[in-house]
Structure formats: structure tokens, C-alpha cells
Design a protein around this ligand. Sequence first.
Ligand code: GUN
Ligand code: FE
Length: 446
Amino acid sequence: TPDNSTAAVKFVFRGTLVHSTPEEALQIREDALLGVDADGKIAFIEDGKKLQDISKSSGFNPSAITQLGQQEFLMPGMIDTHIHASQYSYAGTALDMPLLQWLNTYTFPVESRFKDLEFAKQVYTQVVKRTLRNGTTTACYFATIHTDASLQLGRIAHDFGQRALVGKVCMDRDNGVTDYSETSQESQDETNRFIKELLNQKYPRVKPVVTPRFAPSCTEPLLAQLGEIAKNNNLHIQSHISENLEEITLVKGLFPQSESYTDVYHRFNLLTNKTVMAHGCHLSDEELVLFRETGAALSHCPNSNFSLCSGVLNVRNVLNHNVKLGLGTDVAGGYSSSMLDAVRRTLDASKVLKIQDPEHKTLSFEEVFRLATLGGSQALSLDDRTGNFEVGKDFDALRVNVAAPGGPIDLIQKEKPQILLEKFLNLGDDRNIVEVFVAGRKVVPF
Ligand code: GUN
Ligand code: FE
């Protein structure tokens, strides 16, 4: 008998599912039935052979099932835990300097242009569309210091159906080079206005995130205020940490009372289980322990770390410390907006460590697949909603056709799902991502 306590089943897929669990980096179910209800939640996952029983108990018509092809599978949507939407216009350029010079030379002048709402709308529309096409169902965005433009980014993500955390950037320290900064009072007031106005929109899947740019851009009073704001509103927090050695030296000089870079954030209550910090290439083991104790997460951004010659994060060591970790593109320090690129660069970074130390245990493609999906959802504390295929979670998914006509992959013979996934991760692109779903809504094709 139909269970009237749950929403009606809206659509059903039959075919191969690939996803991760905390126990298994890659779990494959062949010939599965996955039903999605009218609220966009996964209503059931069952064996294809049980079609008759399930259709009876769930009240859907078996002829309305979408049968996936032999070369197709469903996987969870990918989660970009760190991307600067405001830097998308110059992605793929300006990669010839280390971090601090790169910020002053390229980044701050471009970000200051977002006082122009038309420019902001244009860039933000493009970055949301591009990342959705690339299979990013959830993005954790940095915008700029401009509240109204940051609110536009929230609206655009909502309109296109992307799940998003959106941060109005805070930076009240004079960087001595550009006029791109705010006073402490402006930063605090505008952060409060941003949070209030974004929450007032009641977008179901777009949330504000408290965003001190990084310690060197912020004074101690502002960091303290932002810690308070996040705590009082139970909000997410994002920033950068220990990306490059010159930056770490700068932080030591600016915050002489702090024991470490991590301690700077910790002292101002900015490390919580809803915090995600980008990079962390040079964190000590003691600092990783502080991450674990506070529940704060790291975002690994290998394209950026290579492109700006920042460092090579030892992901294995982070995982051994039980610190939550997701992957990020870090556009435009990272030149690619694709999470598939983040997967590949993560594997490269792991192999660089192996070249340096033959004892190093490299990451498997299955482990990196998990970091791009479930790991990201854990890092953003969204794993009660998304990250893998579990009954009751939102259906955030990619329909992948590994042999998509006109696509980049040639299949010579029939392959097992594990091989299909490996080929997609290493060779695939948006041509293989034929449909994208967020909370049961088909968001690609637009
Ligand atoms: N640290 C502070 N701001 C930034 C930024 O915009 N990009 C990167 N990669 N690191 C930062
Ligand atoms: Fe960044």
C-alpha cells in the first residue's frame, strides 16, 4: 500500500549507480531502481528485479521509468568547496606570480569592479552556468566586498537551481596597493545586511557564509566580530589558511600573540564544525589536531597550489588526522572551474609526494571520487542533505554517458562500471554530463 506520509514518486531511474559511503570509497549498484519524490528527495533505492513490487507500493507507472544505457551511470553531483565567483573573468590567465603579488596585481583590481552590478550579474551568471554544466551541484563561493553584488550571486545560483554557500568578502586592513577595502564598521554592518537580506529571500538551497578573506586582510576586532556574527546566527564560515610561506610569515608579523596561523582563527571563534578553510598546504600536525578538535574542514585546491607555486598539500596526512576534507577549484588561482580538473590535480599532487618519497601512500581514484562528492558535503556540513545516494537525501546527481556522441572518450569494448567511472574522471568533460539534478530538479540542460 502506498505510504501517504511521504510525497509521491515523481520519477525513477533504472541502471548503474556509483557513489561513496563513509566506509566504502566506491560503492556500485548495477541494475538499481532509484525513485525521486515530489520534494526532490530520494524515495527509494531498490534492486531492478523488484520493479513490480516497488511500482505497486510506490504507485508509479513502470512504463515511466528512465532506463540508463550500458555506458551510462548516475553519480552524486560534485561539490566545489572553494571557488571565487568574482575571479571567473580572468580564469586561465595571470598565473605568473606567487600569491601575495598575484592578489595585488590581478585580483584586487578585478574584484573592485563588482561595485558595478551589471558587470557582477554578467560574470556571476556565467560562472553559475559553467559550473553547473561541469557537474558542480553545490558550490561554496567567495564574492567580493560588495553586498548588493553578493546578493545577486545568491539570486543567480537560486534561479539556476545550484545549491550554494555565498560569502560577502570581508577585508578591513589597508593593503597599501589598491583602494579595494572597507572600514571595520562597514565590513561588519554590510556583513549583517548581507546575511539578513539573503536569509529574507528564503532561498531553500542558498545560504550566507561569513567570509573573512584571510587573516592578513583583517584586523583583530573585525575577526572577533565575524566570529560573533557566525556564532549568533549559526552560520558557515570560510577563509584561507597556510597557502604559501610568505603569507605565513606575514601572519606571524601581524598576529605576534598567536601561536600559529590556525590559532589566529581559533582565538576569534572562527574554527567551528561549519568552517571550511582553503589550502592548508603548510599546516603542522598540531594545527591539524586543532582542526579535528573543532570540526573545521579543509578545502584542497591543487590546481591553484600548482599554478601559484604555493605548495603541495599532503591529503593522506590530513585524512590520517581525521580532518574533514573536500576539493576546490579556487578559480582563478586555479585556472579550471571544473571539479573533474580538481580530481585530476588531486591525483597529480598525491603522485608528486610519491615521487619525493617512495614510501608515500598515494590516493586511489576511488578515494578522490569520494573527496569530490561525499567529502565535500562533509566539509560543508551538508552531508545530511547531499553527497551520496541515501533514501531521504536530496537527489543531487549527474547522469553520465561515458561514450557520449561527440565526446572525448572512445570505448573499444564493454567495460565494468568501475572502469567507466575511472575513464570519466580522467578523460571526461561536460559533454559526458548529459543531465544534472539538484534536489530532484533538472538544472542541466538549462
Ligand atoms: N588568499 C586570500 N585571498 C585569496 C584569493 O583570492 N585566492 C587565493 N588562492 N588565496 C587567497
Ligand atoms: Fe581562494
